[in-house]
Design a protein around this ligand. Sequence first.
Ligand code: HEC
Length: 135
Amino acid sequence: MKKSILLAAMLVGTAHAAPGPQVEKAIGEGAKLFSHESFGGKRTCDACHLNGGKGAGKLPNGQEIPSLENAGAIFPRYNQRAKKIFTLEDQVRSCIHGGLQGNPPPAGDEKVIDLLSYVTSLSEGKPVEMDGKPR
Ligand code: HEC
């Protein structure tokens, strides 16, 4: 009896908790924005990051780009072009500006938070590898 209680406590302690309802909702909203929101620009995220960012992506000129499947685990990361460290949010803002050719909303914007929640959810359970490489 005592042993099984201890075992149950250990399982609870090590079990990976799923995101709560608020974050789960943000992930869902972010998934929708990923394929519908252009931020006043001319395309959506999934124009380049195909299949919701899962699997290889493609630029409008046909060039392949990595998937977003570990993007949530490799930031902060040094951006060679900008010559500074990018957070995941910096990267998403850079894609809104350069990729969508839209206007990145102000800091704290709910749509950006939703997109970050969605992108991060793709890396759920993957080891953190700061300054790592996309897969
Ligand atoms: C025109 C194509 C294009 C669009 C549209 C686009 N991106 Fe990107 N994205 C890229 C490219 C290219 C990279 C590779 C890094 C770079 O060159 O900045 C990238 C990288 C990323 C990364 C980092 C991936 C990694 O592991 O390095 C994230 C996260 C990301 N994009 C999210 C988004 C989100 C969210 C949107 C929609 C708001 C979006 N992107 C729209 C082209 C695009």
